[in-house]
Write a protein that binds this ligand. Structure first.
Ligand code: FAD
Length: 306
């Protein structure tokens, strides 16, 4: 895990076994065996059954620090980037017409014309067909939109009357083999002096939670809190959940490498169409896909192309 964060670790040994996934018959057991050897046994120079669990499972608490939070919300960053720009919120793009004479975008609040357009919609939204292109996007781009993995990652924010958990670690990890548990927790109390916890989930657990009521999610979270912090743990006063998977303007969290050639798919998605349609967004950045800074850098790249 530490190796993952270290830019000096050569990527070749990581990439080779991942490439095997693309070939039929490659087994996930082999991949897991490699990842275990690479990230755990080689990292700590010991066999897995020799390693003390405490050090391994506290990695979340140790690596999560104040600098990982944007207290007050991410939109503070966007507000400063948007200064001086004409941003129209609440304007849903419905249809893009592009050709030799330029580009028009039909929206829920009128039609806009331009010589060039930068499309930054999430892959999940492009895949849903909510935005129509006339003429249709080239086949290679459509294939890329179908191939890039769209992940699910949801957060459950719980506000309590008072904090009953330790004040200092900025995050907690919940190690369990039981299915459906929330493995990662952020301690808001440690950074914003608010008695709140954020529980995170990904993949099928995130999708499973999305289908559950707030009450059922809170019950599951409280059961885990009791296991972590003792019987005194109370239920939350208020609960707030993300629903990126069901959000028609997100359709998921961010891109991930599936069984296809992600590098080629990202290049195909990022490439301009007739020099008029340009594409940006996290899933168009080969180095930093899935990250906010990947989205930012891709926007700079598309602006330069324009
Ligand atoms: C739970 C979660 C945790 C994350 N944690 C981190 C992290 O710790 N660090 C990090 O770097 N990144 C993180 N990310 C990823 C980061 O948020 C994304 O990579 C980044 O926001 C992508 O930016 P984007 O501009 O490509 O897409 P988005 O931010 O998704 O922007 C796309 C915009 O298009 C709009 N839109 C969609 N459809 C239409 C339409 N038809 N008409 C008009 N507008 C439309 C949407 O409303 C949205 O505003 C996280 C993401 C999630 C979901």
């Amino acid at each position: 895990m530490k190796a993952l964060l270290d830019p000096h670790v050569p990527l070749e040994p990581i990439v080779q076994p991942l490439l095997q996934q693309r070939f039929p018959g490659a087994s996930h057991e082999r991949l897991l065996a490699f990842l275990r050897a690479y990230y755990l046994e080689n990292e700590y120079a010991a066999d897995l059954d020799e390693l003390g669990a405490y050090e391994i499972v506290t990695v979340v608490a140790k690596k999560t620090k104040e600098r990982d939070y944007l207290v007050g919300g991410y939109d503070r960053l966007l507000a400063s980037l948007a200064q001086g720009l004409d941003v129209r919120l609440g304007t849903v793009a419905l249809r893009v017409r592009h050709g030799a004479s330029g580009v028009t975008v039909e929206t829920s609040r009128g039609t806009f014309a331009a010589s060039k357009l930068v499309v930054t919609l999430p892959v999940g939204v492009l895949r849903s067909g909510a935005l129509e292109f006339e003429p249709a996007l080239p086949e290679e781009k459509q294939a890329a939109i179908a191939q890039i993995g769209v992940g699910d990652f949801e957060k459950v924010v719980m506000l309590f009357d008072e904090a009953f958990w330790p004040a200092t670690p900025h995050g907690f990890g919940f190690a369990s083999t039981a299915s459906g548990t929330l493995p990662l927790w952020l301690n808001v109390q440690a950074v914003a002096d608010t008695p709140a916890l954020v529980a995170m989930s990904s993949g099928h657990v995130a999708r499973e939670l999305s289908a559950m009521s707030d009450h059922a999610v809170a019950e599951r979270a409280v059961a885990q809190m009791r296991a972590m912090f003792g019987a005194a743990s109370k239920g939350p006063r208020a609960i707030l959940r993300t629903r990126w998977h069901d959000d028609p303007f997100a359709r998921g969290a961010y891109s991930y490498p599936g069984p296809h050639d992600l590098d080629a798919a990202i290049s195909a998605l990022a490439s301009p169409v007739d020099g008029r349609l340009l594409f940006a967004g996290e899933a168009t950045d080969r180095a930093w896909y899935s990250f906010a800074h990947g989205a930012y850098l891709s926007g700079v790249r598309a602006a330069n192309e324009a």
